[in-house]
Each structure stands twice: as structure tokens, then as C-alpha cells.
Design a protein around this ligand. Structure first.
Ligand code: ADP
Ligand code: ADP
Length: 230
């Protein structure tokens, strides 16, 4: 069933830039949905509106059938994990503390948090005994990005938004993380909305691809449909 629904959604920034111009689409539960398009086409803006990081100018977004404006903001953010393009781990905190931010806010007990961190680090091939107590500066870029990804999963959100999470990585780390994400998606069956400008990456990851240009949706379909209708 439908988890995310955009109805005639637009975003006009204060300086008059129309970043998103009346878009409609739906994302189904458990779907890997990829937003693709050239730089400036409105992908990041579309993503940021979903968890109210920026306000909508016009139209309506529904999550699980409820208007996002009607959610308590914490409820909405906790239910939607967000992975940024730039690695955004807190440098003064250990890897465990970084991953535990949302579970702490949700007041999980220490034992449950410890167990969850172990499980998440295992999931992306980082030995918990080694990495739990390290600081972000003691990790490679690819390792930090893995932590960024599992941090977004920590409190078990239903939806995960990812904004070019692998673009800063070398090709080998990127390939490995793409495989991890495909594996994660298959095992935990989360709804993922993933922004990229790389068509190869989109085809590899997506159930459906939404192609944007100048704030509008120009094509939406399965990777096969997109390839056969260039
Ligand atoms: P993409 O993610 O596809 O690169 P963005 O959503 O970041 O595109 O940007 C879409 C358009 O909105 C671009 O023209 C960009 O310059 C503009 N834009 C993004 N953020 C702002 C902002 N805070 N104020 C004004 N214009 C913005
Ligand atoms: P990214 O795509 O790397 O996430 P964004 O497009 O979100 O980057 O831009 C990073 C910051 O710069 C955001 O705070 C965004 O609102 C702002 N920004 C982006 N484009 C513009 C613009 N054209 N004018 C003003 N602010 C902008």
C-alpha cells in the first residue's frame, strides 16, 4: 500500500526560485524509490519536504494517509530516518553514541541500545568490538558513511530518506555500500527514498525511478521502463 503521497506539491524559496513545481507521486510500502535528475532539478528539496526540514509552499504530502502537517514533528522525524550526502557524525562522540542519538531521545534502556548498536554495526560489516568506542576521525570515509546509514536505521524508522549518501566515496567503497543497501532493503523491507544523479546507481538500486527536471517529474517507472523509453 501507499506510504508516501505527494499531491500537487510545490516549493518556492524566499528568493523566488521555484525548486519543485506541482509534483504528484506515490511511494509504496517496502519500495526502493529513486529520485534522479541533474543538479538543481529539485531532488533534495523534494526529500527535505517529506520530513518537514523545509516547509511546503503548495499542495499536500501524506505519510501513511495522514497530512505531514498534522504530525507531531518528533513523531514524524523519528519515523523517518535521514542520511545526508555529507558525513554528519558528531566528532566528539563515539560511534556508539552517534548511533544511539535517536534511541536515547526515545529513552530506550542502556541494554537495548547496546544490543541495537551491536546488531547495526554487524549488519554493515563493522566489528562492534573494534568500532563501538572509536571516534569518527578514526574511521575511513566509507566506514563513516556506513555508520551514517545505520544511524538512520537505529530506532527502526519505517521510512529512510537518503540524499546521495555514496557520492563522496571511492568506486570500491560505493559498490560495497550499494550491495549493503540492497541487502538491507531485502532483509528489513523498509521504504527507501534515495536521491542520486547517477543513472547506473539508480538502475542498480531502484524498484522505481522518478526522473526530475526543473522541478517537474518527467518520467516515472521501473528501471526497465526508464531504459526502454529514453
Ligand atoms: P537538486 O537536489 O536536484 O540538486 P535542489 O532541490 O537542491 O536540487 O535545488 C532545486 C533548486 O532550488 C535549485 O535551483 C537550487 O539552487 C534552489 N534552491 C535550493 N535551496 C534553496 C534555498 N534555500 N533558497 C533558494 N533556492 C534554493
Ligand atoms: P545538498 O544538495 O548538498 O544537500 P542543498 O541543495 O540542500 O545541498 O544546499 C545546502 C544548503 O544551501 C541548504 O541550506 C540550502 O537551503 C542552501 N541552498 C542551496 N541552494 C541555494 C540557493 N540557490 N540559494 C540559497 N540557498 C541555497
Amino acid at each position: 500500500f501507499v506510504v508516501i503521497s505527494f499531491e500537487n506539491v510545490s516549493k518556492k524559496y524566499r528568493d523566488g526560485t521555484v525548486a519543485v513545481d506541482g509534483i504528484d507521486f506515490t511511494v509504496n510500502k517496502g519500495e526502493f524509490f529513486v529520485l534522479i535528475g541533474p543538479s538543481g532539478s529539485g531532488k533534495t528539496t523534494t526529500l527535505k519536504m517529506m520530513n518537514r526540514l523545509i516547509p511546503i509552499s503548495d499542495g499536500t504530502i501524506y505519510i501513511d494517509g495522514k497530512k505531514i502537517s498534522e504530525y507531531n514533528i518528533h513523531e514524524l522525524r523519528w519515523n523517518i530516518g535521514y542520511v545526508l550526502q555529507q558525513i554528519a557524525l558528531f566528532p566528539h562522540m563515539t560511534i556508539e553514541e552517534n548511533i544511539a542519538i535517536v534511541p536515547e531521545l526515545k529513552q530506550w534502556n542502556k541494554g537495548k541500545i547496546h544490543e541495537r548498536v551491536t546488531e547495526l554495526l554487524d549488519m554493515v560489516g563493522l566489528d562492534p568490538d573494534v568500532f563501538r568506542t572509536r571516534k569518527p576521525s578514526e574511521l575511513s570515509g566509507g566506514e563513516q558513511q556506513r555508520v551514517g546509514v545505520v544511524r538512520a536505521l537505529a530506532a527502526d524508522p519505517d521510512i529512510i530518506l537518503m540524499d546521495e549518501p555514496f557520492s563522496a566515496l571511492d568506486p570500491i567503497s560505493r559498490d560495497k555500500l550499494q550491495e549493503d543497501i540492497i541487502h538491507l532493503q531485502k532483509t528489513i523491507k523498509k521504504t527507501i527514498v534515495f536521491v542520486t544523479h547517477d543513472m547506473k546507481e539508480a538502475i542498480k538500486l531502484a524498484d522505481r525511478i522518478c526522473l526530475m527536471n526543473e522541478g517537474k517529474i518527467v518520467q516515472l517507472g521501473t528501471p526497465n521502463e526508464i531504459i526502454s523509453n529514453p
